[in-house]
Design a protein around this ligand. Structure first.
Ligand code: HEM
Length: 431
């Protein structure tokens, strides 16, 4: 690997496994200069420094600059306008006061009640996915469980009919794909064509909900109002679309990756799998520690709106600031013995895996339910979790880049517990 610390940081091998890099540079302070010849860039690795930044959204803006964000290629962008409804406004890259207004809408539609109503649906989806592969005694967990569960739960939450699920999955995958890997222009055209189909589908569904409301999130979004300073007004069509698209994309790849990384921990640590099986609080602690130990989102971007001196580092207006949730989650000042996977640690829920501040993850409550219900069901139905034959630790490939982080594949084998031994049956819950 390169001896240049900047080149080393951007090296795909470091991005795949950045923890050694963070440790080697911790003594330099919480803010590292990783500027490239094209762009002044700072990497913030200390938990306290990140929290200070999150408290100052006016200086550390979420609005993208330059090539940051999804770079669609101009012709693909034009195609999205021609075939669909063009780019939609996205909460995650807004600053106050616009962010406050849109986040308020999301807060209203994603109220806890709706999330809590999802629990039985999550269990039903999880159970049927496990049914599909259990008898085989093996599965490729990322493909057969993690991705399917996260997409199906979002589809259920929105109120997409089961008959449209396959299309919905294809469309939401197309939305996420450009965020995960560099694409050729032709590949981007293919994605954009599908995103346009998704937009038409959503516009039709939203119109149907305005005519005859149902008990689902699409109905709430179709009727949502917000106040940008001149009184409460209905969301316009592209704003409704933006919210739907954000929920699809934000909850899709993140939850899938978190589920797979959690499953990897269960495979690596059979002692923990045995200990938490059937134990509600312990499963919650396991889910939190998994998010801390190796999270599904490594970094998010901010842009400096003014020249600033921060922790002794002079940064210029326009510089890119990478908030490293993954480094903060291994900060020894907050987590004693940070490289250890320890579900008993006192600070298990204080991690920054869901970000923080005004942009803190709006779907965290839902994601937590998906993780906890999944681990509970999986552990109760599957025993002796292990890598599939011929697959070993060195075969694990991490994907993603600066933002997303997950496993390319996780082929596993297991023994199937008889249904009567499953904790899903309340009569045998604590056996
Ligand atoms: C384990 C799964 C998840 C992880 C690790 C995760 C992580 C994150 C992080 C780190 C942020 C902060 C981004 C920033 O500060 O720039 C964020 C924001 C967000 N997340 Fe999640 N997320 C997860 C699941 C979900 C789900 C299931 C949904 C929706 C149903 C969701 C919706 C959102 C939204 C809407 C935002 C933007 C909030 C805003 O800008 O105000 N996320 N997420």
């Amino acid at each position: 690997m390169s001896t240049d610390p900047v080149a080393e940081f951007f090296d795909p091998r470091t991005l795949a496994d950045p923890y050694g890099y963070y440790e080697s540079r911790r003594t330099e302070g919480p803010v590292l200069d990783v500027s490239t010849p094209d762009k002044a860039t700072y990497l913030v690795i200390g938990a306290e420094a990140i929290r200070e930044i999150l408290a100052q959204p006016g200086i550390f803006s979420s609005r993208p600059v330059g090539a940051q964000g999804v770079n669609l290629y101009p012709r693909a962008e034009a195609l999205l306008k021609e075939k669909g409804f063009g780019r939609t406004p996205q909460l995650i890259v807004m600053d106050p006061p616009r962010h406050t207004a849109f986040r308020g809408v999301l807060g209203k539609v994603l109220r806890d009640k709706r999330f809590h109503q999802m629990r039985p649906q999550i269990r039903a989806v999880a159970s049927s996915l496990i049914d599909d592969f259990a008898l085989a005694g093996r599965c490729e967990f990322t493909r057969d469980y993690a991705w399917k569960l996260s997409v199906l739960v979002i589809a259920d939450l929105l109120g997409v009919q089961r008959g449209r699920i396959d299309e919905f999955k294809r469309w939401s995958d197309a939305w996420v794909k450009p965020l995960l890997q560099p694409l050729t222009e032709q590949e981007m055209f293919d994605c954009v064509t599908q995103i346009a189909e998704l937009q038409h589908f959503l516009v039709g569904e939203l119109a149907a909900r305005r005519e005859s409301p149902r008990d689902d999130l699409l109905t709430d979004i179709a009727h949502a109002t917000f106040d940008l300073g001149s009184g409460e007004v209905p969301l316009r069509q592209h704003e409704q679309l933006g919210l739907c698209e954000l929920l699809i994309v934000a909850g899709n790849d993140t939850t899938a990756n978190a589920l797979s990384l959690g499953m990897l921990r269960l495979v690596e640590r059979p002692d923990i799998a045995d200990r938490i099986r059937g134990g509600g609080r312990l499963i919650e602690r396991f889910a939190e520690e998994s998010l801390r130990y190796e999270g599904a989102v490594q970094n998010n971007f901010r842009t400096l709106t003014q020249d600033t001196e921060f922790h002794g580092v002079r940064m210029r207006q326009g510089a890119l600031v990478l908030l490293s949730w993954s480094a903060a989650n291994r900060d020894p000042d907050v987590y004693p013995d940070p490289q250890a996977f320890d579900i008993d640690r006192a600070s298990v829920r204080t991690h920054l895996g869901f970000g923080g501040g005004i942009h803190t993850c709006a779907g965290a409550a839902l994601a937590r339910q998906e993780l906890v219900e999944s681990y509970d069901l999986l552990l109760n139905r599957l025993r002796n979790l292990r890598f599939d034959a011929g697959f070993t630790q060195p075969d694990l490939v991490r994907m993603g880049g600066l933002v997303s982080h997950g496993l390319a594949r996780l082929p596993i084998r297991f023994d199937v517990a008889s249904k009567s031994n499953c904790a899903i049956d309340p009569s045998v819950q604590n056996q």
